[in-house]
Each structure stands twice: as C-alpha cells, then as structure tokens.
Write a protein that binds this ligand. Structure first.
Ligand code: TEU
Length: 550
C-alpha cells in the first residue's frame, strides 16, 4: 500500500508554532523542540509552510531564494537538524514549494527589472500603456492582477500580491530552475512536498479580457498543466514520495488526473469546494451560514468521483488560509468539545489522507479580534480597505474579518496556561486568543476526554484498521438535513460512521440495529443502547465496526 494512505499529516505554520527564543516569531528550532509532542500525537509527516528567504509580505509565500533560510526562522543547520531529529522519530518532512510566483525581491525578478532579457522571460511581462493593463483579471488579494513598470514600459502579472510575480512556466529554463530546487531539498532528506497553487502555473497562450469573471477560467488547470506536472515529478524522481498539490478553483475532472497513481503526477490534492459553502454567491467577503446540504453533496461527489477513478484525496477542514473549523462549522460556545470531535471524525474516517493543522487537535477557535490593528494578513488588510471603500462601516468590515480573515488560523499555537500560551518568551507577532487558558496542549494532555486525546485515537485507528485507509466508501442518509453518514467496506468488513452535523438531537426514522457491530469510537459516553440506535445527540459521532460475516 502506498505509504501515505494510512498516514496522517500535520501542518505547521512555521511563524506561529513555537519560538525557541524571544523573537515573538515561531522558528525552525522551535519545531525541533516540539517533535516529541508530534511523535506522541502519532502523525507521520509534517508539512511546514515556507521558511525560505523572503521579505514576508505574504508570510513566506513570497520567496526571494528557494535555497536559503530566512534568518528570522533560523539557519540551514537548523533545518538539517530538524530533518535528522524528525527522522529519528519516524516523521518525514514535507516542504512547501511556491512555484507559481516568486517574490519581486528574488534575484531573477530584480535582474528582469534591470531589463535583462533572459530574466524578463522568467516572468510574464506584456507591453502596454501606463493606464491600460493588458487584461481585466483580478488579483486573488484584490485589485487588478497587473503591475506597470514605467522604465520598462511593461506590465507584469501577479495573481496574488503585487510583490508576488507569476513565473513563466512556458520557458523551459524556468522549469529547469525549479527542478533544481526540488533536487536540492530531496538531497537534504526531505520526504515529500506540498505545491502551492500548482494548478495555476500554466497560463494561456493568449491573454484576453474575461467578460464573465475575474480571469481565473483562463489560467486555472491551464493548457499544459498535466504535462508540466509530469515533467517536474518525473525529472526529479519524486513520483514515489508524498506530494500534495494545492488546487485553486479546480474541477473533479482534473483532480482525478492529478492524483491518480497511473498518471504519476501527485499523491493527492487539496480542493476547496467544501470550504465555500458559507460564501454568499461564491463571494468570500459576503457572510452566510454554512449550507450543510451543499457540504454533504460536495463530499459525496468528491469522495465517490475520486474513488471511481482510483484517485486520492487530501482530507482537511483547516489550514493557514482558513478560519478555524470549530468556529465555522461547529459551535465553539455551547458544544466546543463535541463539535470539534464530530468534525474530526467526519473527515478522518473518509477515504483519503487526513491533515491536522496545528491547534486543530486542541479545538483552537477563531481569533475574535475587535480592532483592525490586530490583523496582520495582507489579504485581510487589503479587503478591509476595499470593504470600507465600498461603503461598509468599520464595525461591519470587522464583523466580516472576524469570520473570514486568514489570521483566524494563524494565531500562535497554544501550548500551556503560561505567559503567551508558552509560544514565545517575547511579544507574539499576532495576538493570542484569550481562551488559551483552557484550550492548550498541557491542559488537554491531562484531560482524558479532551479533543487532543480524541485526535490521538483517530490517528491510531487509521493505523490499526486497514479498512480506514483501504475501504470503499458509500454514503447513507443522503437526503437527511442533519446527518452525515457513510459506510466503508473491505473484504466483508464494515465500518459505519454516523455524525450529527447540528446542535440539536436527531431522531432516526428507523432504528439502526447494532447486532455484530463493535463500538470503535464516539464523542459521547455510550451507555447501553439496547442493541440499537434510535437517535443521535447534539453533534454526536459514532464509529462502528463489523467484522466479516462468516
Ligand atoms: O493559497 C492559495 C489561495 O488562493 C487561497 O488559499 C487564498 O489564500 C485564499 O483563497 C484567498 O481568499 C496559497 C497559500 O496557501 C497562501 O497562504 C498564499 O497566500 C497563496 O497561495 C499565494 O502563495
């Protein structure tokens, strides 16, 4: 079996994990110091967000040199030490490759700015007048996606921040440079890679206005994307390592190719459709309650669609770009523990590889900031200005950020009840939510019923029962508004997973008979059910196993 199928991957947002000193910023040594915690949790791989040399306009997703370490995070020796120490604990490291764009501080871009033809071809420069961007495409962080360089009389494309210039993958030299980056880190002992927005790398031949949208339909899953991925993976010999591609606004049709072992592109993919079910009219900055029917449907379509073509999914609720799941899809006030555990059960028992984003295993919540000055993220501050210019009041704009800001997922890891939640001895770069006094590692390690202990169990079940990694999936109660249920099957064995998505009790129309089933896990005490289940309590999850009928 492919090694990643019964694995769990832990995502570290380097800047917010643990500061080994008093800088107020998480660093590489800080990760090494916490490896025992991660080993105890039972995870197999760590995906670390970028710590390469970078001006940090987008917290490291603006890379100025892929082969050197940003001093505030540490040194190359620190990285080597981390790889070695992780290896001792059977934990593999996955590094984050941001190959759609570089920082404008990167030497390639700086040389392009000096008019060196060779390096101008590394990026996407178009001729034009100062008042006429080549197309009307929008940047993902707001505003037009082109920036004018007066002395060159040219525009360059930036799908993200103006300091993140898109690379020209149609230039074979660019592709060779990026392969060298992979080879360099592979040689250092890295066990896998995460590829940032990798389905945006292949741009169209013609750049034209988008009369229907923001331009994404022209460059998402672009014309040469599968070829470029196969070349990158094949030429660097990483087809058998763990790789995951972040796929922005992608389609199932493309993902069954990206993540099908026969195509030799990637091990698995992140898609985000399920994380847009609370966007009103698809707009992230318009608040809406989650549409749970849509959520259920999306999971079903993706789980079954990927299974049908033998492609593999990454399973996740949280990452450094998303608000915290318990605040978003659960109830962090009235059913904090129950709903955090239910959300975890939902995805950990599905077909795919689960990702745990730092602090998710503690039930960390949204930040609940009251002031714009608390926010640091470039997307949040840009959109605050856009919302204000569009006529929203300060309070209204802050309400939106409270729910939608990426900083919700980036607040420092909560280690203990001490000063700064044990994250740093200095002043944290981002304000720590007040609930750290009870949402923290140390307290949850002492509590047998904690969210942390529950995650440990989920992770270990995947190792213990093959059916979780290998079983077929089929969905049950498909039209039910509140129940999210599925069955996994493997050689006559059955794993039944029932989740109540809501904070109200659900009665089953027909009692579910438990004969032959063994209770593997639940987020509630399970007193005698008298051989059947007739209802599920608020956010209740139940996992049942039935062995081969002989
Ligand atoms: O994110 C890609 C991306 O498009 C989104 O997750 C984006 O941040 C969000 O949808 C905007 O609403 C990746 C990285 O994960 C993110 O941190 C980087 O900022 C981005 O690429 C650029 O490198």
């Amino acid at each position: 079996m492919s090694q990643f199928k019964n694995s769990t991957i832990y995502q570290i947002y380097t800047k917010s994990f643990h500061d080994s000193g008093a800088k107020g910023i998480g660093d590489i040594k800080g990760v090494t110091e916490k490896l025992d915690y991660l080993q105890d949790l039972g995870i197999d791989y760590i995906w670390m967000t970028p710590f390469f040399k970078s001006p940090q306009n987008d917290n490291g997703y603006d890379v100025a040199d892929y082969l050197s370490i940003e001093p505030m995070f540490g040194t190359m020796e620190d990285v080597e030490e981390l790889i070695k120490e992780a290896d001792k604990r059977h934990i593999g490291l996955m590094f984050d490759m941001v190959f759609n764009h570089t920082s404008t501080q990167h030497e390639w871009f700086q040389r392009a700015l000096q008019g060196e033809k060779e390096y101008m071809d590394y990026y996407i420069f178009k001729d034009g007048e100062a008042d006429m961007p080549p197309t009307n495409w929008e940047s993902k962080f707001g505003g037009n996606a082109w920036e004018y360089v007066p002395h060159l009389k040219k525009w360059y494309l930036h799908l993200f921040d103006v300091t993140q210039a898109d690379l020209n993958w149609d230039n074979p030299k660019v592709r060779e440079e990026l392969k060298e980056v992979i080879r360099f880190w592979k040689k250092k002992g890295v066990k896998g890679f995460r590829f940032d927005v990798v389905n945006l790398i292949s741009k169209p031949e013609q750049f034209e206005n988008d009369d229907l949208g923001d331009g994404r339909r022209f460059y998402t899953d672009g014309p040469n994307i599968h070829g470029y991925l196969k070349e990158l993976v094949g030429d660097t010999g990483i087809a058998d390592m763990v790789t995951v591609g972040e796929m922005s606004s992608t389609s199932l049709e493309n993902c069954v190719r990206y993540a099908n072992p026969e195509e030799r592109e990637l091990s698995m993919v992140f898609n985000f459709h399920h994380l847009k079910v609370d966007y009103k009219d698809g707009n992230k900055w318009e608040i809406m309650e989650p549409d749970y029917a849509a959520l259920k449907n999306l999971y079903e379509v993706w789980q079954c669609g990927m299974q049908e073509k033998k492609a593999w999914n990454a399973l996740f609720w949280c990452n450094h770009d998303q608000p915290r799941a318990v605040s978003r899809f659960g109830d962090d006030q009235n059913y904090w523990k129950e709903s955090a555990k239910m959300l975890a059960t939902m995805i950990h028992m599905m077909r795919g590889t689960p990702y745990v984003f730092q602090g998710e295993e503690l039930g960390m919540t949204n930040a609940n900031y009251e002031e714009i000055s608390d926010y640091q993220d470039v997307e949040s501050t840009n959109y605050y200005d856009i919302m204000r210019a569009d006529g929203k009041s300060n309070e209204e704009a802050l309400e939106v950020l409270k729910k939608r800001s990426r900083d919700n997922g980036r607040t420092p890891m909560q280690w203990n009840t001490g000063e700064n939640a044990g994250f740093t001895k200095g002043k944290p770069w981002l304000r720590i939510p007040e609930n750290y006094v009870f949402v923290n590692v140390e307290s949850e390690q002492k509590d047998a019923d904690s969210i942390l202990q529950y995650y440990k169990t989920l992770i270990s079940l995947r190792k213990k029962y093959d059916i979780i990694a290998k079983g077929e999936i089929e969905f049950l109660y498909r039209e039910h508004p509140d129940l999210f249920a599925y069955i996994r099957t493997l050689k006559g064995q059955k794993l039944l997973v029932l989740n109540n998505l809501k904070g109200k009790q659900v009665e089953l129309a027909e009692a579910l008979h438990l004969e032959g089933y063994q209770m593997l896990l639940s987020n509630y005490e399970q007193e005698d059910k008298k051989g059947q289940i007739t209802s599920l309590r608020e956010y209740e999850s139940i996992v049942l196993l039935k062995n081969n009928d002989k």
